[in-house]
Ligand binder design. Structure first.
Ligand code: G3H
Ligand code: 13P
Ligand code: ZN
Length: 325
């Protein structure tokens, strides 16, 4: 069955790699995630956001994820490690509903609340979830940009001086931090970046690795989570823009920095936007080349193939979670 994240994280920290946390909203994304992670023998976290629940229905998503464990075995992965995780839970009731329904892990994101309220809410979720051996991710620090329908008015980095108190008092199993990443395909404004003189492509400022270092000094060996970790591959942006799409100056986190983070106590790296870009790029290409196509399998199939390629690349070349089962 589904597993929680405790053992995955322990091994990932000791082994210097990170577990991929991929969001899914539909069957093709799930098939691609399971195909890639099974082939490469990688543990994987399937993430469901509040938006995904509203789009695809929590019950359907839960059975799809449970079915994915059987699917992985069919694909030749004898001992799959798959967690089903609520991404950015914003209330006790939502987290409880996911725990009650068989999710193996939940996130309670109180990062936009005042510090003491974040602690109280997170602690309440931990106390409930731990009764059922469900692991809990909390968050300190506010990511810039849009976080599940809530637009952060003011982002701020995680304060290293708060992390011991927060993790001790809440009992969370992992901590999401803010060190310069953000959600979506526009992680930095053009004026925050430099421009590659040859290609004109934006080069973003580096993440605040000094803050990550300070956090790890406070919490040696504690599982750290990085949200907003899509790299926004230029080839997908180009495919989209050259087939009538409009994603000007989309920019993500360079993979080199994610590779560096994965070697540290960062043991869960969240990626959603890159999968959306791959899906959209592949669908656009089919329609550009064959405007008469109207069988969804003929455009969702290529989208699935491109997402498999993307997930394999992330697992093998960026997070290093291959051959870890
Ligand atoms: O937190 C952001 C994730 O990419 C989920 O996005 O809320 O649009 O499903 P969503
Ligand atoms: P991206 O938008 O960078 O893919 O981040 C996803 C995420 O953090 C989901 O929680
Ligand atoms: Zn996130």
């Amino acid at each position: 069955g589904l597993v929680n994240t405790r053992e995955m994280f322990k091994r990932a920290i000791n082994g210097g790699y990170a577990i991929p946390a991929f969001n899914f909203n539909n069957m093709e994304q799930l098939q691609a995630i399971i195909t890639a992670s099974s082939k490469l023998k990688s543990p994987v976290i399937l993430q469901v956001s509040k938006g995904a629940r509203n789009y695809a229905n929590q019950t359907l998503l839960r059975y799809m994820a449970q079915g994915a464990v059987e699917y992985a075995k069919e694909l030749g992965c004898n001992h799959p490690e798959i967690a089903l995780h609520l991404d950015h839970g914003d209330s006790f009731e939502l987290c409880k509903s996911c725990v009650d329904m068989g999710f193996s892990s939940v996130m309670i994101d109180g990062s936009s609340l005042p510090y003491e309220e974040n602690i109280a809410l997170t602690k309440k979720v931990v106390e409930y979830a731990h009764q059922f051996d469900v692991t809990v991710e909390g968050e300190l620090g506010v990511l810039a940009g849009v976080e599940d329908e809530v637009v952060a008015e003011e982002s701020h980095y995680t304060r290293p001086e708060e992390v011991i108190d927060f993790t001790k008092r809440t009992g969370v199993d992992s901590l999401a931090i803010s060190i310069g990443t953000s959600h979506g395909a526009y992680k930095f404004k053009p004026e925050q970046c430099t421009r590659d003189p040859k290609t004109g492509v934006l080069v973003p400022p580096p993440l605040a690795f000094d803050i990550l270092d300070d956090i790890m000094k406070e919490l040696p060996g504690f599982p750290i989570v990085l949200h907003g970790s899509s790299s926004v591959p230029q080839e997908y942006v180009d495919m989209i823009n050259s087939t009538g799409g409009k994603l000007p100056d989309a920019v993500g986190i360079p993979e080199e920095q994610l590779r560096k983070a994965a070697k540290s106590a960062v043991c869960k790296i969240n990626i959603d936007s890159d999968s959306r870009l791959a899906f959209t790029a592949a669908v656009r290409k089919v329609f550009a080349e064959n405007p008469g196509e109207f069988d969804p399998r003929k455009y969702c199939g290529p989208a699935r193939d491109l997402m498999i390629e993307l997930y394999e690349h992330k697992i093998k070349e960026v997070l290093g979670s291959d051959n870890k089962l």
